[in-house]
Design a protein around this ligand. Structure first.
Ligand code: AMP
Length: 280
């Protein structure tokens, strides 16, 4: 496994594998790898001959009052996990390498970045789209793998690739969950035991809503108020949003008459958690 922090070396490593006739899959991450990340690596291995993983806590996607400083960075354990997972190349740039000057060129995926998390994290998705565009340029891989856990991010990246004709295919992978249904997240380590117990209200309320849709309830306002009620019943939590949106455009929808996504963000103590489910 090659661990590279230099842009030229990383690009050459990818090109070298492609020159030998192998397709290369990319899994962009911010590290603190868990089974969710490993499922993306596994999907990449199934699909491509070689796998590259990037580990970079991207300062550009954190707001001034967010958790950039304390975001977990267990680099040794992450490299170990990549090695065991059979990753071929790990790209671990520094912030200075990625942003030698503050960038004048920023990728904005306009309307899709404004709602849902975008309304609570101004500038976040410009930071995400910009760093992912840079990673696609640095690591000219064939396919990139993203988790549905960050559904808005996945939809925005798909749209960026389409709008800018980027020569890469985007594959979305299902959310990996704990046994009780909580979506795995690097931020779950911030939760106290009491908060962790409370956090299952996110997935439980979403799964219940999914059942309601299967049972014929297609009105977004009914579904979102039921979700809000059941989350608030769990105790001390702050709901940022609960919304039903079009699965592709992320535009809010009133009636579920096409593929849709129920998305939510909740703060439990100092920890911000997101989750979502698909409904048809
Ligand atoms: P992050 O390191 O949080 O930026 O996540 C890197 C990639 O892993 C993103 O594409 C995430 O959507 C994906 N990911 C994070 N958590 C999960 C999960 N529980 N299941 C599947 N994918 C995930």
């Amino acid at each position: 496994m090659h661990v590279l922090s230099d842009i030229q070396e990383a690009r050459q490593a990818v090109r070298g594998m492609q020159a030998r006739g192998e397709s290369v899959g990319l899994v962009p991450t911010m590290g603190a790898l868990h089974a969710g990340h490993l499922s993306l690596i596994e999907a990449a291995k199934q699909r491509c001959g070689r796998v590259a993983v990037s580990i970079f806590v991207n300062p550009m996607q954190f707001g001034p009052n967010e958790d950039f400083q304390r975001y977990p960075r267990p680099m040794e354990a992450d490299l170990d996990a990549c090695l065991r997972a059979g990753v071929d190349v790990v790209f671990t740039p520094t912030a200075e390498t990625m942003y030698p000057d503050s960038p004048l060129t920023v990728v904005q995926v306009e309307s899709m970045s404004k709602g849902l998390c975008g309304a609570f994290r101004p500038g976040h998705f410009a930071g995400v789209a910009t760093v992912v565009a840079k990673l696609f340029n640095i690591l000219p891989t064939d396919v990139a793998f993203f988790g549905e856990k960050d559904y808005q991010q996945l939809a925005i990246i798909r749209r960026m690739v389409r709008d800018l004709n980027m020569p890469i295919e985007i594959v979305g992978c299902p959310t990996v969950r704990e046994r009780d249904g909580l979506a795995l997240s690097s931020r779950n380590v911030y939760l106290s035991a009491v908060e962790r117990a409370r956090a299952v209200c996110l997935n439980r309320s979403l799964f219940a809503a999914q059942h309601r849709v299967v049972g014929g309830e297609l009105r977004s306002d009914v579904l979102t108020s039921e979700i809000r009620e059941s989350i608030l019943a769990a105790g001390e939590v702050v709901i940022e949003y609960v919304e039903v949106v079009d699965a592709e455009t992320l535009a809010p929808i009133e009636t579920i008459n096409r593929p849709a996504r129920i998305c939510l963000a909740v703060r439990i103590g100092v920890t911000r958690l997101i989750d979502n489910v698909g409904v048809e």
